[in-house]
Write a protein that binds this ligand. Structure first.
Ligand code: ZN
Length: 265
């Protein structure tokens, strides 16, 4: 079974279509998972939602969807973001809004938990440090967790004592880690394109962002889980950034949002 992991599409349909073509070119997948923030910032939020709906993706809610549906106060965003979120809200149909409202905060599927920001605080926490990642281990019961939100591909790896009965971690109740050993135990890899072998270590992985990468690589980022080889492959794909930027300019979306796409930040 192969499953594509898409996060932070942010209304960038041109990037999403490039990712979907890349997936097909490389043999396709059986399922799609979405880690939230399908909409907001980009020029084609409704069409991105429609595409994700057609893919029958299993998905969690992002902070932008939470704000759009009124479950989070827009005051939590800066004024410059609020302007765009209000515009995005106007592009949503009634069906779009009810789809977004029904997205869960977290999902567990097989060996994975999905959350937008973190399992501890799904719509707010940015997981960028090993210490924060370690504190999240007790908030999910599966071996692996997939998160988005930072738009930066990352893998936090935590060794787990094997119970000797299985090659797989069975840590429903993970061992607590003292703060002193965090730095030794955690390997925090910033990832470009790479193949992660899923081992007995507990992992928290961020596949990066489809529609607005922020790791100084402007190419769209996504991942594919392969259950046969037990791997998660992080991929990057070029898309027509200028075409997305032209659409945004036509819609008079803010210049800072347009510029950051070509810089990947
Ligand atoms: Zn986002």
């Amino acid at each position: 079974m192969r499953c594509a992991v898409l996060s932070d599409i942010h209304g960038n349909l041109i990037a999403l279509e490039a990712v979907l073509r890349d997936i097909e070119k490389k043999g396709g997948v059986d399922h799609y998972w979405s880690l939230g923030d399908i909409v907001d910032y980009g020029p084609q939020p409704h069409l991105c939602l429609e595409r994700i709906f057609q893919l029958n993706a299993l998905g969690v809610v992002g902070n932008h969807e939470y704000a759009l549906t009124g479950q989070m106060d827009l005051k939590e965003f800066s004024e410059s973001v609020t302007v765009v979120t209000r515009w995005t809200r106007q592009q949503m149909t009634t069906d779009d809004m009810s789809f977004l409202k029904n997205l869960p905060l977290t999902i567990s599927s097989g060996f994975f938990t999905l959350a937008h920001g973190s399992p501890r605080d799904p719509v707010r926490e940015y997981l960028l440090s090993g210490q924060d990642a370690a504190q999240n281990l007790s908030y999910f019961g599966t071996p692996y967790c997939l998160v988005g939100h930072t738009h930066v591909p990352l893998c936090f790896s935590f060794p787990v004592q094997n119970n000797g009965q299985s090659d797989r971690p069975t840590s429903q109740a993970p061992r607590p880690l003292s703060q002193a050993c965090w730095e030794q135990l955690i390997s925090r890899n910033q990832l470009g394109e790479s193949l992660i072998q899923l081992t007995e270590n507990r992992l928290i992985i961020n596949p990066g962002s489809v529609g607005q990468p922020r790791d100084h690589d402007p190419r769209a980022a996504y991942a594919v889980f392969d259950s046969t080889h037990n791997t998660l492959e992080l991929r990057r794909v070029e898309y027509d950034i200028a075409a997305t930027q032209r659409r945004m300019a036509e819609l008079r979306l803010p210049e800072w949002l347009i510029q950051r796409l070509s810089q990947g930040e």
